[in-house]
Design a protein around this ligand. Structure first.
Ligand SMILES: NC(=O)c1ccc[n+]([C@@H]2O[C@H](COP(=O)([O-])OP(=O)(O)OC[C@H]3O[C@@H](n4cnc5c(N)ncnc54)[C@H](O)[C@@H]3O)[C@@H](O)[C@H]2O)c1
Ligand SMILES: O=C(O)C[C@H](O)C(=O)O
Length: 308
């Protein structure tokens, strides 16, 4: 299994590191536009192989997409991250052009590739890849829900004063500060609804902190996060590489599911060797349905700024 990661910056390098550490892939190719940067990151990571005990071969290239030929999966992390005080949506002006060019280069050299879109604003960038790549819809997957759900579990465990391994939960809808929908109604501690343990104020805290999870880290770090994003991507790549058929919330092109069409939004899906094996329909409360529709409206407005 060959995986390309475009963008050897914070998130791209973290993806490559987690993928290699899990040792399920033969080859990871890092691509960046900055001269020598991807080559340097690849060499540094390869020098951890004997220390960390992996056999994945990591190489780097400055923009030579012929080196990515025959990739099964490609991850797009190229583009600018936000700074404190910014929204992800403000990145569209620069990142749309980058994502469009990168997609064309990837598909040219790997026509069968499955693309995982990470660059922000992610739901809109995933939509852009659908509109420009010519790939079938099951081969384009936006990464947001896996990360947001991990942050939800972190906040749930904090409020429950429990180990994170005790909790389960999922975030769907948009990967944005306002459009995320943490499904508190379905979150559990060892199978017991968390609503049995958390009062209204604690529930509100968990939801609000989850939604601004990326902004909180951006404020602390001065740029956006990379460890959890890289780990989230590695889980998705592994689900494809090992045909795990894992249920992961991902930003997918909807054609009537959840009452939405012609939009990429976070919904639970089965991820396996073909990419998206199936979108999973779950029952939402009336309030959740309204929030999902509101998130869709906001993402649609951002999509309207795209030029194809
Ligand atoms: N979807 C998510 O959950 C999620 C999570 C974290 C970050 N992100 C997004 O991922 C993107 C990358 O974040 P980061 O922290 O790694 O930024 P970064 O600045 O550390 O890295 C981005 C890299 O992309 C490279 N690049 C720019 N244009 C390129 C091109 N045309 N071809 C190849 N490489 C190119 C840059 O040289 C840089 O090395 C941002 O848009 C950020 O908002 C999304
Ligand atoms: O917050 C950001 O801008 C980056 C990313 O989308 C995240 O959620 O960490």
């Amino acid at each position: 299994m060959k995986v390309t990661v475009v963008g050897a910056g914070a998130v791209g390098a973290s993806c490559a590191e987690y993928i290699a550490m899990k040792n399920f892939c033969s080859e990871v190719v890092l691509v960046d536009i900055k001269e020598g940067f991807a080559e340097g990151k690849a060499m540094d990571l390869m020098q951890t192989a004997s220390l960390n005990g992996f056999d994945t071969k990591i190489t780097g290239t400055t923009g030579d997409y012929s080196k990515t030929a025959g990739s099964h999966v490609a991850v797009i992390t190229s583009g600018i991250p936000r700074k404190p005080g910014m929204t992800r949506e403000e990145l569209i002006g620069i990142n749309a052009g980058i994502v469009k060019d990168v997609t064309a280069n990837l598909v040219k050299h790997s026509p069968e590739v499955i693309i995982i879109v990470v660059s922000n604003p992610m739901d809109t960038m995933a939509y852009l890849v659908h509109k420009t790549s010519g790939l079938p819809k099951h081969k384009i997957i936006g990464m947001g829900g896996a990360l947001d759900s991990a942050r939800f579990k972190y906040r749930l465990a904090e409020a429950l004063e429990s180990p994170i391994s005790d909790v389960d939960g999922m975030v769907i809808a948009a990967h944005s500060d306002t459009g995320m929908l943490p499904l508190l109604s379905k979150a559990t501690r060892n199978g017991v609804p968390v609503t049995e343990f958390l009062d209204d104020e604690q529930q509100k805290y968990v939801i609000e902190e989850t939604k601004v999870g990326g902004a909180t880290l951006t404020k602390l770090l001065g740029t956006s996060a990379w460890y959890a994003p890289g780990a989230a991507v590695s889980v998705m790549v592994q689900a494809i590489a090992c045909d795990q058929k894992k249920m992961i919330p991902c930003s997918l092109m909807l054609e009537g599911e959840y009452n939405q069409s012609d939009i990429c939004l976070g919904v639970p899906a089965i991820i396996g060797k073909n990419g998206v094996e199936k979108i999973v329909n779950i029952t939402l409360t009336v309030e959740e349905q309204l929030k999902f529709a509101e998130a869709a409206k906001a993402v649609r407005e951002v999509n309207g700024d795209l030029k194809f």
